[in-house]
Ligand binder design. Sequence first.
Ligand SMILES: Cc1cc2nc3c(=O)[nH]c(=O)nc-3n(C[C@H](O)[C@H](O)[C@H](O)COP(=O)(O)OP(=O)(O)OC[C@H]3O[C@@H](n4cnc5c(N)ncnc54)[C@H](O)[C@@H]3O)c2cc1C
Length: 381
Amino acid sequence: MDSGTLVRGAPEVNAEVVVVGGGLAGAAAAIRLARAGRDVVVIERALSAEHKVCGEFLSREALNYLESLGLEVASFGAVPIGAVRLAWKGGLSETKLPFHALSLTRRRLDEELLRLAADAGARVLRGCRVHGIERERNGWRAMVEGGEPVLANAAFLATGKHDLRGRPRPKGKQSDLVAFKMYWRLAPAQAAALEGHVELMLYRGGYAGLQPVEDGAANLCCLVERAELQRHGGRWEHFLAAMQRECGLLRERLQGAQALLERPLAVSAIPYGYVRAASHGVWALGDQAAVIPSFTGDGMSIALHSGCLAAAMYLQGESAEQFQAKLYRELSGQVALATLVSRGLVWAPSRGVLMAMASLRPRSLEIVARRTRISEAALLA
Ligand SMILES: Cc1cc2nc3c(=O)[nH]c(=O)nc-3n(C[C@H](O)[C@H](O)[C@H](O)COP(=O)(O)OP(=O)(O)OC[C@H]3O[C@@H](n4cnc5c(N)ncnc54)[C@H](O)[C@@H]3O)c2cc1C
């Protein structure tokens, strides 16, 4: 069967491994398995490249994984990020990042990884939505909307924020936030001031990250408590105006800026703080395995790490249960700390304390940045 096509009318598609979801986690696993000569089918809902709600900050760990998979993101226009600014009301502090980071749009990144998966020999089915995974004799059946089911010995679940029917994730420890993302073309002086930085801005009920991406655009990714958004009538324009009233730096950056999308992308009910402890036979990867608060910029590293780890353990003959237990041990501490800090950033009384700490002791930012990343010991070669 050709990559990218479902055989209409055929009774089923057979493979050794079915990967449901072709984001970073699913593509990473598929690349590693296909390069080891395994027969892999990846099923991806989107027919072509799409924008995703993501700050698009690629940490050193994510970059190492991408490089090991054969993707040199700099050649696709990724831009360097060397420092983080933290802004709240009139206050501003800046710290150098303790590692090298880049930023690249997901629309470009995810597409390139899926291309690598197909080049490695994985069959990539695009525009196909899986609506469930069921046990089938000794393996698994992935049911595809309007297409043939895919039968496989092993099922990897990598649907990111979207849960499959019958496999919901619990709520997480901070699940009342709504996320928005908008690209901007900043005025030249503001674009120059932002260059090389990720700017983390705090406001009532949430926080936002602004950073440059390729092609001269800037990505503004914001989180806000649902109740706070309701105070603004649930409207993006009103919320955007409120953020700017509260955060002088954002007001300055957006002066004379042009919005590049017709409307922002949005996602809600993100189960921040969730870490899956048991697999029930399915290999859960990426956001299906753990959801770390966005300010850490580590979700993509976790997605890539989990995809590569799952492939390695599968190839060594280990079980989905062993994989999920190992991933849980590796990630639960970092996700718990990140969730605690994220709640502190959103809750007004603690926000003041955290800001004071950050401006009096800029090194505390560096410590939080280190402790909320995958540990060196866990990273794969
Ligand atoms: C507001 C916000 C900001 C963030 N900022 C950053 C950041 O700056 N840096 C960082 O590292 N991380 C960040 N993250 C986290 C990061 O985006 C995720 O952790 C990462 O995308 C998870 O990768 P994944 O492969 O698990 O899922 P995804 O990238 O979401 O991929 C899942 C794929 O599955 C497909 N799919 C879904 N359902 C189905 C289905 N039923 N059938 C077939 N296909 C399906 C989707 O189309 C998608 O392509 C942020 C997250 C949020 C919410």
